[in-house]
Design a protein around this ligand. Sequence first.
Ligand code: NAD
Ligand code: MLT
Length: 312
Amino acid sequence: MVYQILVSDPLSEDGIQPLRKADGVEITIQTALTPEQLAEKIHEYDALLVRSQTQVTRDLISKATNLKVIGRAGVGVDNIDLEAATEFGVLVVNAPDGNTNSAAEHTMAMIMSLARNIPQAFHALKHNKWDRKSYVGVELKNKTLGVVGLGRIGAEVAFRAKGQRMNVKAYDPFLTEEKAKKMGIGYGTLEEVLQSADFITVHTPLLKETKHLINQKAFEQMKDGVQIVNCARGGIIDEEALYQAIVTKKVAGAALDVFEEEPITDHKLLELPEVIATPHLGASTKEAQENVAIDVSKDVVTFLTGGLARNP
Ligand code: NAD
Ligand code: MLT
């Protein structure tokens, strides 16, 4: 029996070596299929490997009559209809650790860029403006970083922020006083974290409970002049509420790697000088892409050939 595996989003070539080397599997790489084209051919495959671009909807899964496993090369599985996968008996595996470091480093880069207006100043200089007055920043030292969601990435960001001599205060429903103490950080309710932070960074998954967790009410609780970062998922921060909070000067700056709808190029938030952004680059390092592709490829092969997947 030869299992057919479709890779429908760009994955690291080094990372998919476990698939290339495995006996009894054949890989097809087609990363530019339209949803309609994918729906037409999905019945030919036993496994589907995606990043975040392919939307694995109920409709697609219902047409995938031979599909046994979906591998998500990354953390977030919000582009996969998990309920439908379960209903149709399709296993979903992800790669929860491989891009933690990259996402944490990107978050720190965003915080530092925000604090020192680096993207805006660079943009001005590229346009022949030597402007030192407009880009006076703030130091991170002794400022409070509020971390909402202290999982893998949130915790790595917290460690790094301490290295910048920031005070860190986190909110996570699973965070205990003991754990916070061990990590040398403070903890509080969401409201307490929002009230005390100079910078806020969100690192929760996008769930029903976290959709628009940072909404108008949350912005009202924050300090005037707060700066906010989202390198987790679009939709955790309510974009309309963020826009209003920036134009009314409640929020002094925002750094966004993710958006409620992706891809986007024209968005009213991007027109504001206080907003800096990247096109979902948190996990886009050579190392992370290799890690997540290796992890998920191994799991998919193991599962197809009768073993137990590590990250179901
Ligand atoms: P994780 O599962 O390790 O951590 C998530 C944490 O959020 C958990 O500790 C959980 O208890 C907490 N949480 C859940 N609901 C919460 C709530 N209502 N309030 C506060 N905390 C809550 O996940 P992770 O690997 O740290 O990833 C975090 C986020 O980053 C995910 O959304 C993931 O998809 C995203 N991500 C983005 C990129 C990128 O390219 N920008 C890269 C990797 C991960
Ligand atoms: C993830 O959830 O792992 C990230 O958003 C990165 C990606 O989508 O590849």
